[in-house]
Structures are given as structure tokens and as C-alpha cells.
Design a protein around this ligand. Structure first.
Ligand code: ZN
Ligand code: ZN
Length: 258
């Protein structure tokens, strides 16, 4: 029954609006539902339930950001959101909203299409994000761009998009959108994937130990220790051995006690 309702709603949107506008609406939807609403809930827990918050934060109370830092973060993230959405809107306006980088079809995608798009998006996104993120840690780029994101050594969920605008485009938007666009993924499955990825950014920066796959502690540790866990799902870090603190330090010579 619920499925018929969703199908009818999608049908009326498909018939009324051009593909580019539907795609833009879906991306705004993912930001509001995947980032701003969860970010507000996580922040609400921080501020309204401090005892519960302290019990469940991965890092200690004394490391948490001040209110002034939180307000500054939200303002900056709002600005990044405007920049990101304005670029997307400008690109679509240039094509008269008739073009979408995703496949926009009247029929809702089947389960296999959704699952294969999501699995592909997760693996390709992990690959692209890992190398872009590692490049941002190169000394030539780190201070100019990525240092801003690392100001939150104990992150809050809004810090998921607290970044230099260059980083916001290349590390937050490109790894999520470009692989799926190159595949010509279905817009509905792309929307589900982007929604998940954006929620993941909010959850990974929430600082909470709540159950999540992959665990929040991976990216939380990246903020605490910097040169560990550059990826999102742990796969590329496992392959490169960057999933352990101190991987880049010279190994101590073994003491020969014979
Ligand atoms: Zn981060
Ligand atoms: Zn980093």
C-alpha cells in the first residue's frame, strides 16, 4: 500500500517537472533529511542531555567544542551548503533543467538496481574519497585547505561539512556524486545512496558511540590523531595499512636478546 502511494507521488513529480529540477529537488531533500535534521538531533542530545551525552561521547567532556565554536561551525556549514547548492543550481540552469546526470525514469527502480547502485557507489566513493582525503593531508595542501576541517579534534555532527569550500566540493561532493553520475545511476537509487552518505558524515562526526556500520570511532579517531583512517568504510585503510595509529612512524628495531 505504502509502495503504491510512493509510486503515485513519484509519477506525478515525473510528469510535472523537468529532470534537472527533479534531481536538484532530490539533492536538497538529501541535505535536509540526511544532514540538517540528524545534525540538529545530535546537537540537541549534546545540549539538552549533558549527562547522557558525556556517557556516550567517544572523547572526554573536556575535549568537546565550546558553544562559540559550535555556532561558528553551523554558520560556516550553512555557507558551504549555499555554495554547494548554488553551483549545482547554476549547472542545471545552464542546461535549462532538461538534463540530469542521473537516469530519471517514470518507473521506480527495482531492488537489484538500488542494491547494485549503492554497492557500486560505496566502493567507488571509498576509493575516490580515500585518495582525495590523503592528498589533502599532504603538507602543501593541509594548512591551506584541510586544516580547517581538523579544527574539531572532537567533532560534532555539523563538523561533517565544516570545511574549506574547495574541500567541500572535492571531498564531500565529488566522491559521492561523480562515480554514480559516470555510471548513469538511477536517480531514485542515487538519492537513497546520497542520503545514506550524508547521514554517515553527520553520524561519523557526532562523537557518539551509537551503533553504526562502519563504526563512528574510525573517523572520530581520524580527528583525534589525524594520520589514520582516511577512508569512509575502512576498506582502503585496511589495504594501505593506514588503519593503525603510528603506521607512518619508523618501526622500533627489535631488541636482540640472544
Ligand atoms: Zn571529518
Ligand atoms: Zn583529514
Amino acid at each position: 500500500m505504502a509502495f503504491i502511494w510512493v509510486d503515485e507521488l513519484w509519477g506525478s513529480i515525473y510528469e510535472k517537472y523537468p529532470p534537472g529540477l527533479i534531481e536538484f529537488g532530490c539533492m536538497v531533500f538529501t541535505q535536509v533529511v540526511g544532514f540538517w535534521i540528524p545534525g540538529t538531533i545530535y546537537l540537541g542530545i549534546d545540549l539538552l542531555f549533558p549527562n547522557f551525552s558525556n556517557r556516550h561521547k567517544i572523547q572526554s567532556e573536556r575535549r568537546q567544542p565550546s558553544r562559540a565554536q559550535i555556532v561558528h561551525c553551523i554558520k560556516h556549514v550553512g555557507l558551504n551548503e549555499i555554495v554547494g547548492l548554488s553551483i549545482q543550481l547554476a549547472l542545471r540552469t545552464a542546461f535549462g533543467f532538461q538534463y540530469s546526470v542521473f537516469r530519471v525514469e517514470r518507473q521506480l527502480p527495482g531492488l537489484w538496481t538500488v542494491v547494485s547502485d549503492i554497492v557500486y557507489g560505496s566502493l567507488a566513493g571509498e576509493f575516490v574519497f580515500y585518495y582525495i582525503h590523503r592528498a589533502f593531508h599532504h603538507p602543501l595542501v593541509y594548512t591551506k585547505v584541510h586544516k580547517q576541517h581538523h579544527q574539531f579534534t572532537a567533532p560534532i555532527s555539523f563538523a561533517g561539512q565544516y570545511a574549506h569550500p574547495v574541500e567541500h566540493i572535492f571531498a564531500n561532493l565529488v566522491p559521492v556524486i561523480v562515480p554514480l553520475a559516470l555510471r548513469g545511476a538511477n536517480l531514485v537509487s542515487a538519492t537513497i545512496f546520497v542520503l545514506y552518505e550524508i547521514w554517515q558524515a553527520a553520524a561519523d562526526h557526532s562523537g557518539y558511540d551509537f551503533v553504526k556500520l562502519p563504526p563512528t570511532k574510525f573517523h572520530d579517531l581520524h580527528h583525534e590523531k589525524f594520520r589514520v583512517y582516511f577512508g569512509t568504510i575502512g576498506l582502503m585503510d585496511w589495504l594501505h595499512g593506514t588503519d593503525k595509529v603510528g603506521w607512518d612512524k619508523p618501526k622500533k628495531a627489535k631488541v636482540d636478546d640472544e
